[in-house]
Design a protein around this ligand. Sequence first.
Ligand code: G4P
Length: 535
Amino acid sequence: MLDRADNSFVLPPEIDRRRTFAIISHPDAGKTTLTEKFLLYGGAIQMAGQVRAKGEARRTRSDFMQMEKDRGISVSASAMSFEFKDFWFNLVDTPGHSDFSEDTYRTLTAVDAAVMVIDGAKGVESQTRKLFEVCRLRDMPILTFCNKMDRESRETFDIIDEIQENLAIDVCPASWPIGVGREFLGCYDLLNDRLELMDRADRNVIAESVEINGLDDPKLAEHVPADLLEKFLEEVEMARELLPEFDHQAFLDGTLTPIWFGSAINSFGVQELMEGIGKFGPKPQVCPSDVRPISPDESKVSGFVFKVQANMDPKHRDRIAFVRLCAGHFKRGMKLTHVRSKKVMAIASPMLFLASDRELAEEAWAGDIIGIPNHGQLRIGDALTEGEILRFAGIPSFAPELLQSVRATDPMKAKHLDKALTQFAEEGAAKLFKPMIGAGWIVGVVGALQFEVLASRIELEYGIPVRFEQTQFTSARWLTGPKENVDKFIDGNKGHMATDHDGDPVYMTRLQWDIDRVERDFPELNLTDVKTVMV
Ligand code: G4P
């Protein structure tokens, strides 16, 4: 979505101060804890523990499903907005489990930057690497937070080397840790020449900060024991020789990441990271569309749906479409054109997500994420504008890796199952295929856990117990080409054909050999594993 080459536009102050980002990490690295501390510093919650209700709820309140809590995974993404100093932060929560990578991908299309959290003892873990690769596809700027420095962790240089080598990105230290594990004292803020000391006694207060006049300042010795100071000074000298300096453009281009060291649970290093997000940005970026790049300072409002979530509140059967505003100043009650249907929608109850609460959004600006309640009109990828017919660069939909048929254990409920499945397909929670021959549905997902999540949601939200079963197919590919050829192919291969929930034809098979054969024998047709959802 981003065109970082063109940063020349001057933004209205309200847009200029917006920072829209996501946190990416491997489970357990500390994403929830860091989110909680962001909200704490942002004044969105009063005390740590509100997001993570101790003992009872393991994850942030954005994870509303019991199953997520039970399993300790975060399946659904949501947004949180809060102010920090002069900035307005929109933090979009990414699902933490690798099975939900498509959802994560979509989430990342709605942000301008990512904070990568790594565990100081574990370094770059598998899930971090995967998510990083997704960010890299879009050259997204990344800020790194090395967490859990209060525990025994790796040598600072080892951590930095691992990131550089493993992720092929330059790393510039924004702070440098002094001591490690039990001896961890705090960090030296290399960008602001400050010594930040950690207060282990109170995890919710802002730690002490000492103004220092450079590394020769004798005040350093007053706070840091001689042996630690010596090691620290040596390391910083080496770091300055060996590691790149901070280069703002390289950061914006996604080729260099600044790294902060800290301990989220001790609220340590979090503020400096937030200041970094504020200072380095990026501010809301240009969104490409099929007509022209949409600059955030355009006066007309436009945005796109990157996520649809149904039944957020079991008491209200509502659907929330999460919209990233790309341009303009949105006001409640505005009439926006839903480009796909060409219908005008009055946006009467837009929502902002403040920590765990939703609030009516009286206004919002480019960069913001708003929630629009609707009855199913809004789908992932849909554009909303003040009348202009344009499409934002599509959000891709990936072919599922696992296929299973689904049926209601109570045949009387089969009809309601159609409705539930269609809704989950529109929400992007699964791919839904209707075979051209025979009855029933085939559901496609990326990871096996999604079947369980779906079964549980269908039962919970619709009261329909279901069973997933093996099918004869293992692969699905979208079929495109000249209409005449497509129709002819469908006629001759009905047993392999299905339609997805948009009605587009899909070829299904068990054998890669079949796919190769179709590609060889029908050169005018395409079988693709990615479909770009266009509006
Ligand atoms: P996640 O969302 O990335 O999965 O991680 P989460 O924040 O849930 O943190 C995972 C575990 O790591 C939690 O411990 C959390 O308290 C701990 N943790 C987070 N930040 C730090 C830190 O800076 N230092 C240390 N030492 N630990 C940290 P838990 O035992 O799983 O949960 P809980 O009993 O603390 O709630």
